[in-house]
Ligand binder design. Structure first.
Ligand code: S3P
Length: 448
């Protein structure tokens, strides 16, 4: 028998109805951009620096994976990360299993890199990641000549044998997924010739922006129906960059909605990424009548950012079109919380992808809101929330199921509900938003 390790013990947290939130805060760096900066830095020739990197569990796993494949990745005492890259084609075979923890983006994108390098790599992750579908990357990466041996259903752990002599691939992404698109583009980096990815629906374009920033030859054609054809010339010499990571709009979403639903609040969130392909939540909140102002808009290292001023607001229900889903895919749990406090019906359409995130977020949102006394129903792939113009009762304990965003969304609900909302284990929050509880407490939230 092994002794009980307190570090393995669940860490519960509950949120109570809070007084007005106020003050300024900067949420941690963007998770999507942080993963990509580490990977492209590892493939550049020379030293890349990254300021504002998200130092959350997911991104630290990617840093470790890049070290395992031969790049030097270090955090300076000044908080700046320095990456000495090995050049496209120069990654080394990892001597041990790559453990990506909870990180779906990290796992899928690193598989893209390995797919066109002559090496064998084994991937695993936590119970959440081991349950997530990998066939969506196995299929296109196999077209480059990579070979996979995975568990039933294409799940981790899996072994991947890359093909160091891969030719280019043309691939149409069957589900709207920036991870799949990016895995193919990253594999295309070390294939000869021009790799082309067609996405019928636009998804976040951080990979494309950053590849260009690192000097790759990449073109994007946008058709009349919005479909994008992205072409990348393989085997470029990537030049090192200075990357400045914006604050993550997906993390800013939590204090922003908290300020909207806690009466009397006014907060300011600094240097938040406003890339239109990430901004669907804020667009939706504005349609609901939210008082959110974008101040001092500017561009930093190829990405648009602004400061957000958010004031408590009376929200009204809206219908969220399915084509907006890719621009706010991670924000539905917190939008559902806002909808539960709004007046009238909010219909969130086309949410099939929510079932294959860090947990089944579709069910977690419906069941969690119902447990908190909200009026909510599932209709096919839609979630419909009917709010009474005031927060639901609260008074429930929600299982986080290793899902950071479910944990944070329900804690925000607890800040406005009459009765406290508890989360059974908030440790997963560190994957994307280390310091969440401290930051919210500084703004005035009552967490214990
Ligand atoms: C991400 C893409 C999205 C998102 C994830 C981050 C990325 O996943 O949910 O949190 O950085 O490319 P999908 O590509 O599966 O939609």
């Amino acid at each position: 028998m092994t002794a009980h390790d307190p570090a393995d013990a669940p860490l519960p947290l509950s949120a109570r109805r809070s007084g007005p939130l106020s003050g300024a805060a900067r949420v941690p760096g963007d998770k999507s951009i942080s993963h990509r900066a580490l990977m492209m830095g590892a493939l550049a020739v020379g030293r890349t620096t990254v300021e504002g990197l998200l130092e959350g569990e997911d991104v630290l796993r990617t840093a470790q994976a890049m070290r395992q494949m031969g790049a030097a990745v270090e955090r300076g005492a000044d908080g700046v990360w320095r990456i000495d890259g090995v050049g496209v084609g120069g990654l080394a075979e990892p001597a041990d299993v790559i453990d990506m923890g909870n990180a779906g983006t990290g796992a899928r994108l690193v598989m893209g890199l390995v797919a066109t390098h002559p090496m064998v790599a084994c991937f695993t992750g936590d119970a959440s990641l081991r349950g997530r579908p990998m066939k969506r990357v196995i299929a296109p990466l196999s077209l480059f000549g990579a070979a996979f041996m995975a568990r039933e259903g294409g799940r981790l752990p899996l072994a991947l044998k890359g093909n160091g002599a891969a030719g280019p691939v043309t691939y149409t992404v069957p589900v709207a997924s920036a991870q799949v698109k990016s895995a193919v583009l990253l594999a295309g980096l070390n294939a000869s010739g021009v790799t082309t990815v067609i996405e019928p629906v636009a998804t976040r374009d951080h990979t494309e922006r950053m590849l260009r920033g690192f000097g790759a030859e990449l073109t994007v054609e946008i058709a009349a129906d919005g479909a994008r054809t992205i072409s990348l010339v393989g085997q470029p010499t990537l030049k090192p960059c200075r990357v400045v990571v914006p604050a993550d709009p997906s993390s800013a979403a939590f204090p922003a909605v908290a300020a909207l639903i806690v009466p009397g609040s006014e907060i300011r969130l600094e240097a938040v990424g406003t890339n239109p392909l990430r901004f669907g939540l804020f667009e939706t909140l504005l349609e609901m009548g939210a008082d959110i102002a974008l101040e001092n808009p500017r561009e930093v290292a190829g990405e648009p950012v602004a400061d957000l001023r958010v004031r408590a607001s009376a929200l009204a229900g809206v219908s969220v079109p399915p084509e907006r889903a890719p621009a706010m895919i991670d924000e539905y749990p917190i939008l559902a919380v806002a909808a539960a406090c709004a007046r009238g019906e909010t219909r969130m359409r086309g949410l099939a992808e929510l079932r294959v995130k860090e947990s089944n977020r579709f069910d977690a949102v419906v069941n969690g809101l119902a447990a908190c006394g909200a009026t909510v129903r599932a209709e096919g792939d839609d979630i419909v929330v009917t709010g009474a113009g005031a927060p639901p009762r609260g008074g429930a304990t929600i299982a986080a199921n290793l899902d950071h965003r479910i944990a944070m969304a329900f804690l925000v609900l607890g800040m406005a509900a009459a009765e406290p909302v508890a989360i059974d284990d908030v440790r997963a929050v560190d994957t994307s938003f280390p310091g969440f509880a401290d930051l919210m407490t500084r703004l005035g939230a009552d967490l214990s």
